[in-house]
Ligand binder design. Structure first.
Ligand SMILES: [Zn+2]
Length: 407
């Protein structure tokens, strides 16, 4: 089946319009094959302007979020300027929230269909493209996104932030925040000794708690463990962690270069040991699983969480040997417990081929399919290369999602 090829996204977001709505302008370049129809995803309050290949899409209205496009064979350019409503807490899209000291911030939840509520896109996990983002925000709002800041140009009351172009990413892992204060910054190191800047951010008063709750080791240890055991370098140029008010319903989202999570996770008084370590290790692992590769077709998406949980718990085990994250008792107190059953077949595979071969196989997959969608067959082939064993039958029979818990 022919698929669209997305060449690039240029997204400009304007947050200066007040507390109810914001605007974005998207310019997307994409290629179509003969006989292909295309629909872009946009869930806007009001589409101000839409044009395909220079021709106005007169009275463009997205039906159920789909903007039907009369594309041409070859290269196409779609431009959509639209006004969007901020989502309510718990929703998806851009969320505008106020902390307990009255400071406002904006953060994205693009996952689970949120990206078309922020900008026009082709919202499929396997349609990746480089993103170049700019954000106009009130002058007192620092901005963060997947890629490092490339420039900041200040006017009297607003500032325009421009970010470096990302590697090819899917719209659902687009991530940005505005209005947070920078907290502690850690000079972490890759396995080869080169530096990786890790910075934590939050609103006051939570930003004041970050120093006590966090440490360089929380990032450094899983980073080095993954780079060593998988043989695949962390794929982004920096790592920001945003601790956010009213974040949910999920606990956290590990997008490339920017982890967003609840600000309550730094309140350690009511949490078991290693809770924060596993939140960070798990979300950092998504830089590779979800960030670098994507399991397809959709019925294999559960493998993303299964592998993320397997490698992050293995990192925890290596650095906190007194906690056995696979024991029923320890697992229950960990924030990734919901995925433990799905990670169990990977743990069982260790008895067949050894942990090193399990990890090498996953690393093989990352190196050969970087920035692409992968299948279960690709995984079986990678484990074959790592272990010499034909695991196609095992993969078919054993690598299946666990049934949900009975209520
Ligand atoms: Zn996860």
């Amino acid at each position: 089946m022919p698929t669209l090829q997305i060449a690039s996204y240029d997204v400009a977001i304007d947050l200066t319009g007040g507390p109810g709505t914001f605007w974005s302008r998207t310019e997307v370049h994409f290629a179509c094959e003969p006989g292909m129809s295309a629909a872009a995803d946009v869930l806007a309050r009001n589409i101000g302007h839409a044009a395909l290949n220079g021709a106005d899409l007169q009275g463009a209205a997205a039906t159920d979020g789909g903007l039907q496009l009369d594309t041409v064979v070859g290269d196409n350019t779609l431009i959509v300027e639209a006004e969007f409503a901020y989502a309510r807490p718990g929703g998806v899209g851009l969320i505008r929230e106020t902390g307990s000291e009255g400071c406002a911030c904006v953060y994205s939840k693009a996952n689970r269909g949120g990206a078309p509520r922020i900008f026009c896109c082709f919202d499929q996990p396997d349609l990746r493209a480089p993103f170049t983002l700019s954000v106009r925000a009130p002058i007192e709002w620092p901005c963060l996104a997947n890629a490092p800041v490339a420039a900041r140009n200040c006017g009297k009351t607003t500032a325009l932030w421009t970010f470096a172009t990302t590697r090819p990413i899917a719209p659902y892992v687009f991530s940005m925040c505005a209005g947070l204060s920078a907290g502690p910054r850690y000079a972490c190191r890759h396995r080869d000794g080169s530096p990786l800047a890790v910075t934590a951010h939050a609103l006051p008063p939570a930003v004041g708690l970050l120093d006590a709750a966090l440490s360089a080791e929380l990032f450094q240890q899983p980073l080095q463990y993954y780079e060593h055991t998988l043989g695949a370098r962390y794929p982004d140029d920096k790592y920001d962690v945003a601790f956010l008010p009213q974040y949910g319903p999920g606990l956290a989202f590990g997008a490339p270069g920017l982890l967003t999570t609840r600000d309550e996770v730094v309140n350690l008084t009511d949490k078991p040991e290693a809770y924060l370590a596993i939140v960070i290790a798990h979300e950092l692992a998504h830089a590779w699983f979800g960030g670098l590769i994507e399991f397809q077709p959709p019925e294999n998406e559960w493998l993303q969480e299964a592998i993320t949980t397997y490698v992050s718990r293995s990192a925890l085990e290596a650095h906190h040997p007194h906690i056995n994250p696979w024991s029923a008792q320890a697992s229950q107190t960990l924030p990734d417990h919901a995925y433990a059953k799905n990670a169990a077949p990977l743990k069982r595979l260790e008895t067949l081929i050894g942990r090193q071969a399990v990890m090498h196989g996953i690393g093989e997959l990352l190196r050969h399919h970087a920035n692409r969608a992968v299948t279960k067959d690709d995984l079986a082939h990678s484990w074959f290369l790592a272990s010499g064993q034909d695991l196609r039958e095992w993969t078919t029979n054993q690598l299946i999602p666990a049934p949900p818990d009975e209520a």
